[in-house]
Ligand binder design. Structure first.
Ligand code: GA4
Length: 327
């Protein structure tokens, strides 16, 4: 995958878990019970599958194909769009603290304007097709994300219903977009029942993340009791991931979900994730309209910019929120 790649034994592995979990909550966006199911899923898992979302399969497949075209280029071509700062093309190295994964990726800052200098570099070879595919996909992600956050407010019985969605909807919001490629690795199933990690366990710092992948397994979530389970793939659906900021905004009613991706042995996995964040200057604090009388705020006061700074200085698997919890 990369010219000067660390030896395989330097990558993280995890204990092999084969449990295909059939209990992932499913939310049908077209049904009236969606809001209640979203709340239940966020309380129990911090994770759910979204169906009947209205995003055309064509739009997803189109971007997936463009992403494959990008990742199929030579390493030296791709490297022109890197190293990530944190935006741009990266491979193997995740973040700045030495985390390694069997992955290559593109990270884009999508605000205020996707046609920024970093994305121009990435889209250089095939500017129009790739950029259009990304833009079309992101405008769908915004719609889905706002709809989910509005149903969440409805389900929590808080008002106004845009109390959550207005954060990523704000023109200064800090959202980003990631395209991950997990090349197959024949040695992914290591000795002693261990498995090579594509993207190590972590929680997302943002409010929610909207994930879509091709039909390749690998994604796992950690249940509340700490068991890791595999998420059955579905390339027509999205998976919604509750992030740390949502945990704080709901004063711990919803918990961010730990998740990771295992490398595969024979098939390339491509995933695309939209991360919905608030403006940098926004205070991340429990929503006043949600707090019961005398309910204690579990968190110290901080802005998204402060949280992000702290997150980018952390290791992937660190518990980033505990620094901001009141003791
Ligand atoms: C996890 C969620 C997003 O992919 C991301 C990641 C970011 C990165 O890849 O640069 C981080 C990771 C993520 C959290 C901790 C830090 C920062 C890598 C890392 C070790 C883009 C994000 O916002 O946070």
């Amino acid at each position: 995958m990369v010219v000067s790649q660390p030896a395989l034994n330097q990558f993280l592995t995890c204990k092999q878990t084969t449990t295909k979990f059939t209990g992932i909550p499913e939310v049908d966006l077209s049904k009236p019970e969606a809001k209640a199911l979203i709340v239940k899923a966020c309380q129990e898992f911090g994770f759910f599958k979204l169906v009947n979302h209205g995003v055309p399969l064509d739009c997803m497949v189109n971007l997936e194909n463009e992403a494959f075209k990008f990742f199929n280029q030579t390493q030296s071509e791709k490297a022109k769009a890197g190293p990530p700062d944190p935006f741009g093309y990266g491979s193997v190295r995740i973040g700045s603290k030495g985390d390694l994964g069997w992955i290559e990726y593109i990270l884009l800052n999508i605000n205020p304007d996707i046609i920024s200098s970093q994305s121009l570099l990435i889209f250089r070879e095939n500017p129009e097709l790739f950029r259009c595919a990304v833009e079309e996909y992101i405008s769908e992600m915004k719609r889905v994300c706002y709809q989910v956050l509005e149903l969440m407010a409805d389900g929590l019985e808080i008002e106004p219903r845009d109390v959550l969605s207005k954060l990523p909807r704000n023109e200064k919001s800090d959202c980003c977009f990631r395209m991950n490629h997990y090349p197959p690795c024949p040695e992914a199933i290591a000795a002693k029942g261990r498995h090579l990690i594509g993207f190590g366990e972590h929680t997302d710092p943002h409010i929610i993340s909207v994930l879509r992948s091709n039909n390749t397994s690998g994604l796992q979530i950690s249940l509340r009791d700490g068991t890791w389970v595999s998420v059955p793939t579905d390339h027509t659906s999205f998976f919604i991931i509750a992030g740390d900021s949502l945990q704080v905004l709901t004063n711990g009613r919803f918990k961010s979900v730990k998740h990771r991706v295992l490398a595969g042995t024979s098939k390339s996995r491509v995933s695309m994730i939209y991360f919905a964040g608030p403006p940098l200057s926004e205070k991340i604090a429990p929503l006043p309209c949600l707090m019961r009388k005398e309910e204690e705020n579990l968190y110290k006061e901080f802005t998204w910019s402060e949280y992000k700074k702290a997150a980018y200085k952390s290791r992937l698997a660190d518990n980033r929120l505990c620094l901001f919890e009141k003791s």
